[in-house]
Design a protein around this ligand. Sequence first.
Ligand code: PBG
Ligand code: ZN
Length: 323
Amino acid sequence: MFARFRRRRLHPVLRDLLQETSLDVNDFIYPLFVRSGEGIKKEIDSMPGVFQMSIDEILKECENLKALDIRSIILFGIPDVKDSVGSEAMCEHGIISETLRAVKAAHPDMLVVTDLCFCEYTDHGHCGVLDPVLETVDNDITLNNLAKQAVVHAKAGADMIAPSGMMDGMIEAIRRGLDEAGFSHIPIMSYSTKFASAYYGPFRDVAESAPSFGDRRSYQMNPANRREAIAESIEDERQGADILMVKPALAYMDIIRDIKEHTTLPLAVYNVSGEYSMLKMAAKAGVIDYERVMMETLLGFKRAGADIIITYHAKEAAALLRR
Ligand code: PBG
Ligand code: ZN
């Protein structure tokens, strides 16, 4: 006998009426990796479908994104030169500044977010200036540099700044820097709860940002810690973050839900490189129905509490959502 659950699952239209969560193209931010040069579009072996691109190719890609109704991007830069402080990240003619000016001129209607960190720009690959004694990132010197980098991005046209380095006090320092430079209207999306994850492996191939020694466990969070994850988010809200984030997403669905329930800020999740590559490689091996697994995964983030999903799947998902 059909009873109260199955009776409601019988008619496909009724199933749709009763759907509690849904995905929308407006949920997505698409990551783009930019490097100098012209006509460069180099696919990354560990991330099929993800490219390092020169600025001219980025502009064409924005056209493709808009055709799919994707209107938000987050930029990562691969500089020509790296040094111990990551100077190019704070330079008005750095790769991100040049890209921002070009994208905002050609596509003023897009929301351009910039990732704010130093690991792509330092020769040691860590997320800030090193303390020679502790052999890890010096927190407070890095805060000054983050504020400088944020102002450089804002001047070049960034619509939102997304600091990803997990320094203590970073939101306060960046907020103050932006406000003092006349950019109090620019929101900060904090990578507030970012774990020291092995899922970032493929990203470090694309962004050429793997640390040359050690790891990031003295600044990124221990994946085992749930209370600390909530505390980090509450602290970033206190410091003035406008949007919070959980990263990675897939192995941290409980954290997404926790943070949703403990703060009132909008919440982004970062569906990271390793999560993307797992599905791509499983699809290549013929062991999953890629499109269905992808959509189920993205929907899961929404159900867990995400308002925004930063994902390399955005284009494929957007194309499916239009059908
Ligand atoms: C930079 C940064 C990283 C990612 C986003 N910003 C890498 C890291 O912390 O090593 C990872 C994104 C991904 O894996 O897709 N700090
Ligand atoms: Zn970093």
